[in-house]
Structures are given as C-alpha cells and as structure tokens.
Design a protein around this ligand. Structure first.
Ligand SMILES: NC(=O)c1ccc[n+]([C@@H]2O[C@H](COP(=O)([O-])OP(=O)(O)OC[C@H]3O[C@@H](n4cnc5c(N)ncnc54)[C@H](O)[C@@H]3O)[C@@H](O)[C@H]2O)c1
Length: 353
C-alpha cells in the first residue's frame, strides 16, 4: 500500500459497504479519470479489496490523459488486476472484453484548471460522455457519470438544502459556464441514453469532497489551505469569506459513490455529500485552527485572476434520496475529517512513509 492513504480509512469504507462489497467479485470496471483525486482513491480501494477481501478479484481498466492528474497521478503503483492506459476520452476507444460498469469520472474539476482549459472542460463532459455511453451501449454496461453539485449553480436560498429535482440557477456565459453547462449536458446525455436505449445510467452529484490523496497543486480550497499550512504561510480566503459550503470526507464520499454504482436505481441522479454543517470559509479556517497542531493565521484577499468569478454563495445537499434508495448515511464529523486530512498532509508533504 502506498503512503497516499490512511489504511484505517480504507478499512472504514469496507466496513461501510458490508452489504455491497461482494457485488464487485469477478466484475470488470472501466474507470475514466482514474489518476485524479477520486480516481486514485477508487483505484487504491479496489486494489485493497482485490488483495485482501475478494477471492474472485475484480478487473479495473483506468483511462486518463493526465491533463490535471498532477505529479501524484503520474506514477502508477503496482496494483493487482488494475491496468492503466493513457487515453484522451474525447477519442473513442475499442475494448475487446466485456465491461460490467463504466465509471466516467474524467473531468476538469478544479476552478483554477477549468479557467485555464475551458474547451477541454467542455469536451470531456460532452464528447467524452457520449463516447463512453456508446461504449456502454455496445457492451451492455451500467454507466455512471460524475456530474457535480455545480449543476445547481447559485441556488435560490429558499430551495436549500437542494434536492435532485431543483433545476438550477446557472449562467451559460461566464468563466464557470464551461464546467457547469457541460456537466448539465453530460447529464442530459445520460437521460437520453436511458430513455432511448434503456441503458442503465446514474449520475452522481458530489458536494465538496476532501481528504487524503488530494493533489497539492489542485487549488481547491482544502488542498490550498493544507499546502499553505505546510509552508507556514497565512491561509488566503477569497472574497468576503462568507460563502458557505458543506464538506464530505473521502470515506463517506467513496461509500456513497459505490452505493450508487452498485445499487443506484436506473436513470436516477443522486446527491452525494454531507449535509451538515453548512459553514462559511471563515468558519472553516476557525475549525482548522482548532484541529491543527500548528499556529494558523489567515488573510482575506480579492479573488485572484486565475480563479473564476461568480462562485455560488451557498451550497447544501439534501441527501434524502440516497438515504432512502441506498441506505447512505455519511458519518465522519467535520472536525474529525479535518484532523485526519491535516495529519495526512503533514505526513505526505514532509515525505514520510
Ligand atoms: N472532488 C470533488 O469534490 C468533486 C465535486 C464535484 C464533481 N466532481 C467530479 O468528479 C470527477 C472526479 O473529480 P476529481 O476530484 O477526482 O477531479 P481531478 O481533477 O482530481 O481528476 C480528474 C481526472 O480526469 C482526467 N481527465 C481530464 N480530462 C480528461 C480527458 N479528456 N481524457 C482523460 N482523462 C481526463 C485528469 O487528468 C484527472 O486525472 C470529475 O468529473 C469532477 O468534475 C468532483
């Protein structure tokens, strides 16, 4: 096992998935974006399940063109029955064996990067999704699309916490549109393939996942804070710091994702996240101060040019549907999750095993 993950976290996911993990036995999974933050976590989890749990191991094929995989994504560990191919998903691919599940997680997820690569961001969610829906159709695979909570845009406060039927308040112009709108089209493509061809599709809308394995140069809020803490620099809070979010620890997120993949009702989208607490970025800093051993200071600054304007003011999921259909109950409290995350960042960034 490599040092990017906490062994206890991987065990926690297995224990959360007692009812589901056997469903992976002997299956073949195609995972796009498999060298990004979530993809590497999935892969490490599948590797552990293959080595320690399943007699009939699963086979995983990972595709990634490494555009935003960072240094962490470039070195491929020696996984059991897991194979990597460098492939840009906007090109179709021929696969000569059966595939049970296609998980389309390739995407350009960090605002910093979708500002830098707007056309690539559109392509991976539109052309990429269509290519892999076609493959799913040929192979009769179940298809899961990683959409985003960003498809809701800046929601009407009266509609919070957001249920899956909220239609969104999204601009088709502006620096965030390439991400938000292409995820919406990706979902529409899943809807069409489900209705037109009866393909089993699900879309997952993750809400701010964090945890060990995040790339240092990802520039989303938590890795950004973690690398500033490591460098003994003040945390930089953009704008007023009053924008609120909820944060979902990685073990709860991977648990929810796998429940959707293995048991999601065909055609359905699912919010996966932790609905509480809803906190402002300034409150997040206060919590980090509490759980970190280091002395943390911060400064409030204007949004940098590299960060797309118009970020949503509030974002809170309603996860009733995932609770009801999938028995999904996130359980890692924010302070505990932050403490595990900070311990891990310390360990990794100073290069220990
Ligand atoms: N992490 C979160 O909190 C979160 C929240 C909402 C949505 N999502 C979605 O979940 C998915 C995974 O998120 P993540 O946090 O792991 O993102 P990430 O940026 O860490 O990883 C995405 C991976 O996709 C790869 N990729 C991008 N374009 C590609 C292409 N054309 N062909 C092949 N590979 C390509 C990148 O190289 C990267 O390794 C993304 O689609 C993202 O939009 C994540």
């Amino acid at each position: 096992m490599n040092n990017f993950y906490l062994e206890s976290d991987l065990n926690e996911i297995i224990s959360n998935l007692k009812e589901e993990v056997d469903l992976l036995a002997g299956k073949t999974i195609l995972l796009t974006g498999g060298r990004g933050f979530l993809g590497r976590y999935f892969t490490t989890f599948f590797d552990k399940v293959n080595r320690e749990y399943l007699k009939n191991s699963l086979k995983v094929v990972i595709l990634d063109n490494l555009i935003t995989a960072g240094e962490e994504g470039k070195t491929i560990p020696n996984y059991k029955n897991i194979y990597f191919k460098n492939h840009n998903v906007i090109e179709p691919i021929e696969i000569n064996h059966s595939i049970d599940y296609i998980i389309h997680a390739a995407g350009i997820a960090s605002p910093h990067y979708y500002r830098a690569y707007p056309l690539e961001t559109l392509d991976v969610s539109i052309t990429g999704t269509k290519n892999f829906l076609e493959l799913a159709r040929k192979k009769n695979s179940k298809f899961v699309f990683f959409s985003s909570s960003e498809i809701y845009g800046d929601p009407d406060p009266l509609k919070l916490p957001i249920t899956e039927d909220y239609r969104g308040s999204v601009s088709c112009q502006g620096p965030r549109a390439c991400y938000d709108e292409s995820k919406r089209v990706g979902e529409t493509l899943c809807y069409i393939y489900n209705n037109l061809y009866g393909l089993h599709t699900n879309t997952i809308r993750p809400f701010n996942v964090y945890g060990p394995g995040m790339q240092e140069k990802d520039y989303r809020v938590l890795p950004n804070f973690a690398s500033l803490i490591k460098a003994d620099k003040p945390l930089t809070v953009y704008g007023s710091g009053n924008q609120t979010r909820t944060f979902c620890y990685i073990t709860d997120a991977i648990t929810g994702f796998l429940k959707v993949i293995l048991k999601g009702i065909s055609g359905e989208p699912y919010n996966i996240g932790n609905p509480s607490p809803e906190i402002s970025v300034l409150d997040l800093v206060e919590r980090m101060k509490k759980v970190s051993d280091k002395k943390i200071t911060y400064e409030v600054i204007n949004y940098p040019n590299s960060y797309p304007a118009d970020e949503p003011n509030r974002r809170v999921p309603n996860i009733h549907k995932a609770k009801k259909d999938l028995n999904y109950f996130p359980k890692v409290d924010l302070n505990k999750g932050l403490s595990r995350f900070l311990k891990w960042t310390d360990k990794t960034y100073i290069g220990e095993n």
